[in-house]
Design a protein around this ligand. Structure first.
Ligand code: XLS
Ligand code: NI
Ligand code: NI
Length: 445
């Protein structure tokens, strides 16, 4: 048992139902409730992220930290401080009652002065994490390496013009991947960080793409060498901190993986606010990944419609999340992935208990979305009209086109003879929207 920080929340958060006025209770989330034959907890696989929740004191570009985070103020020995921060994280996740957490290497271990310091510190914090995990039963959804905060990465990591920075990033990922493996992590994430550009005047696009592909190939090789059986995930994002990032969105990453023969090696970790920054909906990026067999995991959050950056707010729209969960269930549900709360409190939410409120609300919204998605799936609300809409492709002409037995000539002949004479049909968008709403409003929490 480590040091306690959340003494105002003495008990783990429990389910109290929709009528409860206790803000520190779940209104919908019941880990053991069965939905489509699986426990809610296993359908949702919620993780808490270390970086925004335990490392960030609430500073922004205009001002310093505002949050009440005593574990960040212990001072003295950096390793003692890192252990206290880890105690805070394990206490919080235990009290929230969710199964997973996620971290970057440098979230949990001080970087030190040299690479050797980094490696020793990480090793020792992984020992401590191992202890705390076996004590609490909390698991690691994914690990990752921070390849963007240190000044050496200002011009990118694997896409850096300097191969020695590439090498440094490779060494760091080797350690972060091995740490993830040791802790039984279910996935390993690569988020591009600063792999993109600020100006094309100093950027060789082709060269940087080749570097990035070679890096991803090395990571996949090392995964096999050490026997890590988790999933490698790439997290798309279109911009920020750079003007343009190479892992722009689901479709761009898919094309990149195909181009470099890496499609079997990686799946996607899709973040709500990254998809919206790319000018898509969260729904779009998830639907793309699921329908192309590259869906892996989710960074659950949302942006602000009036703000053009990654505000990482807690997800709270059942309307939006229901469609996302519907796509995930349609694809068979999560395998190694889950919903990681890559979420930040607003800077004015300074109390320690605000961390609970943000997560409780997001988890309840996801739980409700799961119930809606299960109803949509079971009632074939969307799948029936969809198969009806595309029915022609499993009939005569459609099948012939797809199997290659038709040509421009044969099709012209069918049209010329009057055999094929299409008449427009309604896309029924409003009708479908109403049906989805009907399920949302009627689904029982
Ligand atoms: C930043 C990313 C980051 C990744 C992990 O925008 O979302 O938090 O999830 O490096
Ligand atoms: Ni993220
Ligand atoms: Ni993000």
């Amino acid at each position: 048992m480590g040091k306690e920080f959340f003494t105002d929340v003495p008990e783990p958060i429990g389910y109290a139902g929709l009528d409860s006025s206790d803000p520190l209770s779940y209104k919908v989330y019941q880990p053991d409730r069965l939905v489509l034959g699986k426990r809610m907890e296993d359908q949702m696989r919620v993780a808490v992220c270390y970086w925004h929740s335990f490392n960030w004191p609430g500073q922004d570009v205009f001002g310093r930290g505002t949050f009440d985070r005593p574990w960040l103020e212990v001072g003295g020995d950096a390793m003692v401080a890192a252990r206290q921060k880890m105690d805070a994280a394990f206490e919080f996740v235990s009290k929230l009652g969710v199964p997973f957490m996620c971290f970057h290497d440098v979230d949990i271990a001080p970087e030190g002065e040299t690479f050797a310091d980094y490696a020793t510190n990480l090793e020792s914090m992984v020992d401590y994490a191992e202890e705390r995990m076996s004590e609490t039963g909390i698991r690691l959804l994914w690990g990752t390496a921070n390849l963007f905060s240190h000044p050496r990465y200002a011009a990118g990591a694997s896409t850096n013009p300097d191969p020695s920075v590439y090498a440094y990033a490779a060494a760091q990922v080797k350690h972060a991947l091995e740490a993830t493996h040791r802790l039984g992590g279910e996935n390993y994430v690569l988020w591009g960080g600063r792999d993109g550009y600020e100006t094309l005047l100093n950027t060789d696009l082709r060269q940087e793409g080749i570097q990035m592909a070679s890096f991803l190939t090395m990571v996949a090789e090392h995964k096999r060498n050490i026997g890590f059986e988790g999933t490698l995930l790439i997290e798309p994002k279109p911009a920020e901190p750079t003007k343009h990032q190479y892992d722009y969105d689901s479709q761009t990453v898919h094309g990149f993986l195909e181009r470099f023969d890496l499609a079997g090696e990686y799946k996607l970790n899709i973040e709500g606010n990254h998809a919206t920054l790319a000018g898509h909906s969260f729904h779009h990026d998830v639907a793309y990944a699921v329908s192309h067999g590259i869906f892996g995991s989710i960074d659950a959050n949302r942006g602000d419609p009036q703000t053009g950056w990654d505000t990482d707010q807690f997800p709270n729209s059942v309307d939006e999340l229901s469609l996302i969960f519907y796509e995930i269930l349609k694809g068979g549900g999560f395998t190694t992935g889950g919903f990681n709360f890559d979420t930040k409190l607003r800077r004015q939410s300074l109390d320690r208990s605000d961390l609970f409120h943000g997560h409780i609300g997001g988890i309840d919204a996801l739980a409700k979305a799961l119930l809606v998605a299960a109803d949509l799936l079971e009632a074939d609300t969307l799948s029936n009209p969809l198969s009806h809409r595309y029915a022609g492709w499993s009939e005569d002409v459609g099948r012939g086109i797809l199997s290659g037995s038709e040509s421009l000539e044969s099709l012209e002949a069918r049209v010329m003879s009057g055999e094929l004479d299409p008449s427009p049909v309604s896309g029924s968008q409003e009708l479908l929207e109403n049906r989805v709403n009907q399920v949302i409003w009627g689904s029982e929490a």
